[in-house]
Design a protein around this ligand. Structure first.
Ligand code: SF4
Length: 322
């Protein structure tokens, strides 16, 4: 993946943001480009996108687009997934430095070694993995579809990677299978503690608690609802409670407020009695970077054709099964 130094980002005024968003939209039209953004992106980036979604939604969009260029506002494994599903499109990543720490916690070599230790198992990878790792597994899943898809598999033994929190949550729901779970984790979600959640619950006793399955098992135990970002959106905007505490990346707050402004969404942002769930690499995508990347058509995501071919199979299997 080519990396190009971009102009240094500065804080933009509202007018500058609007102006830049208009320029991005004009360029997208001229170049027949589609802009995809994850829910954890900055509000001004979400607002300039053609589509905002979670990993599964964005994979589907990338697979079905007619655009010539995909500008992917998310982390590296998401851009790779878009390239794998649309290999003839030009996929651009506005910040090639934005990787996912959890995806980098397991390598293809480690998966190959694990295969020799568990030759009878089906290997299932969270979509949050590198293309190299996807090429080594039998199936990909997202947090939205994992329990449903895995419960349908014939194999009685599952090796799940890389996220231990998601793996444990799935194993609790799919009890007729044996699970071997890799020890990776998402730092922003996993490091948020049950003690901090308790403090929020005490402060807002009337609120429901929705958490992402990448959270620590002790946090999941306290939840009224556990689900992917899309599932949390459905729950939080419709649940019969005025207030909802949401333990996932703070970028989701913007979507929730737009979808149902009548509710109060409590995120652990910068409160003095608890930490925050903030993904620095997701926030490494900025509006000026989106503009520069599309204007100059830089930061193209490239993968070897044989890797694309091998990594495509587990993703397509997921799309068929979900
Ligand atoms: S929120 Fe967690 S899983 Fe998602 S990109 Fe950031 S580190 Fe990776």
């Amino acid at each position: 993946m080519a990396s190009v130094q971009l102009v240094e980002d500065k804080v933009l005024t509202t007018e500058e943001i609007k102006d830049l968003q208009q320029k991005v939209r004009d360029l997208a039209r001229q170049k027949n480009a589609v802009i995809l953004a994850h829910y954890y992106q900055r509000p001004e980036v979400q607002d300039v996108a053609d589509f905002v979604g979670d990993s599964l939604d964005l994979s589907r969009k990338a697979a079905n687009t007619d655009a010539d260029i995909i500008v992917f506002c998310g982390v590296r494994f998401m851009c790779e997934t878009a390239k794998i599903l649309s290999p003839r499109k030009k996929v651009l990543h506005p910040n090639p430095e934005s990787g996912c720490p959890m995806a980098d916690m397991v390598s293809a070599q480690q998966v190959r070694k694990l295969r020799t230790e568990h030759p009878d198992a089906e290997f299932v990878a969270y979509i949050n993995t590198t293309a190299d790792v996807k090429a080594e597994v039998d199936l990909c899943v997202t947090s939205a579809n994992a329990p449903k898809i895995i419960s349908k598999l014939e194999s009685k033994k599952i090796v799940f990677l890389p996220d231990q929190a998601l793996g444990n949550w799935i194993a609790k729901q799919v009890q007729d299978k044996e699970f071997v779970i890799w020890k990776g984790f998402c730092p922003p979600h996993f490091e948020f503690t049950a003690r901090e959640v308790q403090a929020l619950k005490e402060r807002y006793p009337d609120a429901k608690l929705a958490v992402h399955p990448e959270c620590h098992p002790k946090v999941i135990e306290l939840a009224d609802f556990v689900g992917s970002t899309s599932q949390i959106i459905r729950y939080a905007t419709t649940v019969d409670s005025k207030r909802v505490i949401v333990i996932t990346e703070v970028g989701l707050k913007y979507t929730l407020q737009k979808k149902n402004p009548d509710k109060e969404y409590i995120f652990p942002e910068t409160m003095n009695y608890c930490g925050t769930v903030y993904c620095c690499t997701m926030k490494g995508i900025t509006l000026p970077k989106v503009y520069e990347t599309l204007k100059e058509e830089i930061n193209e995501v490239t993968l070897p054709p044989d890797l694309i071919e091998r990594a495509r199979r587990p993703i397509e299997r997921m799309l068929r099964l979900s």
